[in-house]
Ligand binder design. Sequence first.
Ligand SMILES: Cc1ncc(COP(=O)(O)O)c(C=O)c1O
Length: 370
Amino acid sequence: MINNAKLQPVGTAVTELDTPAFIIDLEKMENNIDTMAKYCKSANVNLRPHIKHHKTPEIAAKQIEKGAIGICCQKLSEAEVMAQSGIENILITYEIITKFKINRLMEIGKNANLIVLVDNPNNVKDLDEASLHFNTNLGILLDINVGQNRCGIEPNSTLVESLSKQIISAPKLQFKGIHGYAGSIQSIANDEERKKADSLSMNKAEIALEQLKKLNIPVEIVTAGGTGTYNLTSKYEHVTEIQPGSYVFMDNQYSNVMSDFDVSGTVLATVISKPTKNRAVLDSGMKSISTDQWPPKIKSHKGITVDTISDEHLTISLDTEDAKQLNIGDQIELIPGHNDTTVNLHTHSFGIRNGIVESIWSISAHAMTR
Ligand SMILES: Cc1ncc(COP(=O)(O)O)c(C=O)c1O
C-alpha cells in the first residue's frame, strides 16, 4: 500500500498549511451545530443530521453529543464507516438493492440499529428474507415522493397500504413510518416561495399518513426537511424528526438561502502563477473544489473574481489595484459553491482555531459512493 501525501501536524499555523486544503473554522462549525441542536430542542422535534455533508465520524459524534438522536447516511459505505466508529442509530435514506448490498446491510445491523427506505415490494421481500437468514432486525420507512420526483411511492398510491402490510407481516422487519425529503425545495432563495413549496410537500406526506391512519397502522417516525426548511418542516405536527446536513459547513449556494448558519468549511489555496498583473492562478481546481452547482467565491480577498476552473488550476482576475498586489505563494480562501461534493474530494480536513491547526480529521467516508 502506498502512503498518502504527508500531512503537517496539529499546531501548524494556517499560513504554513500545505494546499489545497479543506479547512474548518471550528468555532463557526461548533456554533452551527449548537444552533441547530438548540432549535430542535425548543421546537420539540428530533434531530437526525445527514452526514453525507461532512462524512466525518468525529463531527457526527459532536452532533450526537449535542442531542442528535442518531444520523442519516445516504450510502451503505457511509453507514459502514459510521457504524465502525461506534454510532448506533443510523437511518440510511436510500433504497438498498442487490444481494451483495443487502448482505452488507445485515452485517452493519449486527452493531447498529438500522432503518432503511423502501419503495418496491420485491425489495421488501429481499429484505424480509435476508433479515430472517441473518436474524437481524431492520427498521423500515416508506419512501414517499413529496415532490422531488426522485425515488419514492406516490402518497395516494395503493402501495402505501400494500407495502406497509407486507412490512408488518415480515417477522424481522419493523414498520417505522414515512420518509418525505424534498431536496429540490431546499435551495429556493425566496423565503415565502420556499415556505409554500414546503407546505405543498408536507401536505403530500399527510396524504400518505391519512391512509396509514385509516388502516390503524401506528407511525413512529415521520422524517423530512433539510437545512433550507429546518425551521419550516419541523413546525408540522406530524413531523417527528428532521434531517439537515449542510448547516454544519454551509456553502456559497446555501448562504444565498439563509443566514442562520455561518460558512465554516472552506478551501485554502495558494497562488502558483501570476502570468500578468491582472491574472493569477491558484492550485485548487475541480479535483479539490466542486463546481457542480455554484462557482466558488473568494472569501479572503476583495476585488478578485473567479474566472475559469480546470482540473488542478483555478484562474482568477485581479480587478482592483489592491488585488493586483497579490503575489505568487500568497494564500486565498475560497467558499465552495457546494460543500457536499467538495468534502467528498478530500481525504482530510484541518480544523482551525486562532489561526492554528487544532484538529486533523480523516474524512473517513470520502469518495464512498457504494
Ligand atoms: C435524503 C436527504 N436528506 C437530507 C439531506 C440534507 O439536506 P441539506 O444538505 O440540504 O441540509 C439530503 C441532501 O442532499 C438528502 O438527500
